[in-house]
Design a protein around this ligand. Sequence first.
Ligand code: ZN
Length: 265
Amino acid sequence: MQSNYLGLLSGIEDSDSKCGFCGSQVFLTAKNEGVCNFCEAYIPSETPAKYKPALSEIQKLIDLGKIEDAKAKADAIISGNMDPSLLYGAANIYSFISDFKYYDLNYSRKGFMEENSANIYYSLDMTSKSKEMFYKAIKTTLGTEGSLNSTQSLYLLSMSNLKLKNSIEAIKYISMMKEDPSLPKEYSRMVYSIETKNKEAYERIASLISKGNANAIYYLAKYYVNNKKLEEAKLILEKFNEKVRMPMSVFLLEKINRLLEEIAL
Ligand SMILES: [Zn+2]
């Protein structure tokens, strides 16, 4: 696995492909399909028909560090909107803002308790907003005719449930997904096996790394965290973050660094 993930990382070139939902970078596999680095939407080999420029505007604001503007834009976009992929994208953006506010504590506001608690409340508020949007995305998808026959919809249902930690619901939709194309099913199964600490996790990660899926390297680090191997996880994420801009990975590395600091105390 060590040489496999290093090989995959060294082969990664900056990607021009963008997620059709949120506008983030996507590294494509040899089959020309991929999973977004930010919202983990499945990107099929043909250019997605439903591009959501509104969400990619938010990505630009996040890139510029304008988090409040990003939030205001997300609020405006989803107000009254019932497009499940927009709701899913917005849910991920709120979750990002929550983590951003939470981990921001460690960088610049160390010692300022009042600001810290304000940040924690803000972070919790964004977490509940994110959950609400994932539930809305699920409800809207289930209310759409034919959704249980569509790989894209089943994938959105399973990933939304995984992000809500509803693993029983998630596996129900994963098992309904077709094998072809294989990436959505394989990817959501990998996330499921990590979230449920299933014994198949390592095997599933290895399989996706061998197929060129860059996000699987993040899950390899998560697997090591689950198995209390923090130093190994840290090493992987440091290398990964040099090549791939994935917020989840940045936050996980921050969490590990804090845990290691606590252990050292
Ligand atoms: Zn995306």
